[in-house]
Write a protein that binds this ligand. Structure first.
Ligand code: ATP
Length: 362
């Protein structure tokens, strides 16, 4: 069992000159066995939240419960939680074997033989049996991270906390380790919170994503919920790569007016927008912009400034009014720089946000 409840968590760092609210009234229930991803811009409070859960940081207020019991004031060693860091944090003078077994030696009354067997089992699982007698300095980054993961797994904790564990690895190894970690988490069924900056990791690895900004939770949902139904403009812009295009528009008499286009809305959308006349933010994902096949009513003239053929897809950068936008096209659609595209924004793919608060309207 590893059900983690974070209740009204607040962490403030203060000295005589200033005070920083790193985590602000955070409420998250992490289900037993769940793989939860924390994402957000640098400084949004991801690591601090993880450190509070691990007990490496005291909380300013709020409570953290593990399986219904408050662990808020428990020392880190008494929490049944293992943390894996970005820089592996291995003991440089110890062999991989000793690094993996160290926690068990300190925290259990297992015999030397039992610890040895357990370390071998975990090393087998991590594919590092033949590296057990090497020291961290003799191992590659990927091998060191496997040892660090092995050290966390060997303790059979209730919860794993992982702070950007793959970010020091090269792109190829990162992709391999990503799937390995996912499989491992599923096989072990251990509740995991995983901090990342990486869009692909955020979208593919977890059951749910928690998106943070300024210490506050912006959305908690499955990757696809956050992608297709963002709570606000921040989430819409943060999730998805390349990012959503945003336009400052005026909503007047059933029409969205921008300096590069005007788009009349259907009756159904007008009903959703009752009471929202005036400035709005329109969001459209790069893959939602379509090329008009004929001279469809409302098509938008968009001069092409740059194209980036990636193979299967091409990113095309166009100007719509005064706004530079990204359009994702299939790689087979050849578009030349200097030409003009006629684009359509399908109404069902539009996201509309309150211009002041950024909250989602539609
Ligand atoms: P990154 O993605 O860059 O690692 P993060 O989302 O993990 O960022 P945190 O490291 O949790 O962010 O930091 C949140 C805020 O708290 C930041 O403004 C940071 O400067 C501040 N902070 C973190 N640790 C301390 C500390 N020990 N003393 C003072 N301020 C701190």
């Amino acid at each position: 069992m590893g059900k983690l409840d974070i209740r009204n968590l607040r962490k403030e760092f203060a000295d005589e000159n200033q005070s920083i609210i790193a985590v602000d009234d955070l409420n998250i229930d992490v289900e037993d066995g769940e793989f939860l991803i924390f994402v957000g811009p640098s400084g949004c409070g991801k690591s601090t939240t993880l450190r509070c859960i691990a007990g490496l940081e005291s909380v300013t207020s709020g409570e953290i419960f593990l399986n219904g019991d408050s662990i808020t004031n428990q020392p880190p060693t008494e929490r049944d939680i293992a943390m894996v860091f970005q820089n592996y944090a291995l003991y440089p003078h110890m062999s991989a074997r000793k690094n993996i077994g160290f926690g068990l030696k300190m925290s259990t009354d297992m015999s030397q033989d039992e610890i040895g067997q357990r370390v071998e089992q975990v090393a087998e699982m991590m594919g590092i049996n033949d590296l057990l007698d090497k020291k961290p300095g003799e191992l590659s980054g990927g091998q060191q991270q496997r040892v660090a993961l092995g050290r966390a797994i060997v303790r059979e904790p209730e919860v794993f906390l992982m702070d950007e564990p793959l970010s020091n690895l090269d792109a190829k190894l990162r992709t391999t380790m990503r799937t390995e970690l996912q499989n491992l988490q599923q096989d072990l069924g251990i509740t995991t919170i995983y901090v990342t900056h990486d869009q692909t990791e955020a979208m593919t690895m977890g059951d749910r994503i928690a998106i943070l900004d300024g210490g506050e939770l912006q959305q908690l949902g499955t990757p696809l919920e956050c992608y297709y139904e963002p709570n606000n403009r921040f989430v819409a812009g943060f999730i998805g790569s390349p990012s959503m295009n945003f336009f400052d528009v005026e909503y007047i008499n059933g029409t969205l007016v921008h300096d590069g286009f005007q788009q009349e809305l259907s009756q159904e959308t007008r009903e959703e927008l009752v009471g929202h006349e005036g400035p709005l933010t329109l969001g459209v994902r790069p893959e939602s912009l379509e090329i008009a096949t004929g001279n469809e009513h409302g098509s938008i003239s968009a001069p092409v400034s740059v194209t980036e053929p990636m193979g299967e897809i091409t990113y095309v950068y166009v100007d719509i009014g005064n706004k530079r936008c990204t359009v994702t096209l299939s790689g087979e659609q050849v578009v030349e720089t200097g030409t003009t595209l006629n684009l359509l924004i399908p109404e069902e793919k539009m996201h509309l946000f309150d211009a002041d608060t950024g909250e989602t309207i539609k």
